[in-house]
Write a protein that binds this ligand. Sequence first.
Ligand code: AMP
Length: 167
Amino acid sequence: MTDLKRLIRDVADFPRPGIVFRDIAPLLRSHFGATIEAMSGLLSAAEWGQIDAVAGIESRGFMLGSALAFRHGKGFVPIRKQGKLPPPVVAIPYQLEYGEGVLEMQQGSGRVLLVDDVLATGGTLQAAAELCVLAGYQVDFLAVLIDLNLVQDFRWKGSPARTVIKY
Ligand code: AMP
């Protein structure tokens, strides 16, 4: 199997001094299918059968989450940064490795898999999971492509974040 980690580009001091940005653009350009297959394998067939939709976090969570949703015949639900979705929306503030902001989502129902590209402090994933619940969804699983290993054993309400590439 291809070493997907080798295809991630490290960019020092981006977007802020002191941050090593893990750029997945080269990985998506050359191994998008293999990346989606690797993330698919984070859930068993029975677990995929259990969920109704994939909720992806803007914007790299859209690239991964929408492909996963298509691959498994599921719906896709966007979680967006403030001001992008038309009302009515529910909102939650969040903090991430290099900033803070507000995430928004439209109300809905069903069981979702929550997807993002990178787990750093876990602030984004935690806020997004809470937002899903506020919006009316049930979060059954969390899947992230890259775990930067900044937090030990990240869990949301007992559920671990399943990850493909670990640092
Ligand atoms: P956090 O909330 O600290 O876990 O940060 C995760 C979110 O911020 C994800 O949506 C990532 O896209 C982004 N992120 C945080 N740190 C990095 C990093 N070092 N490289 C690339 N993306 C990052």
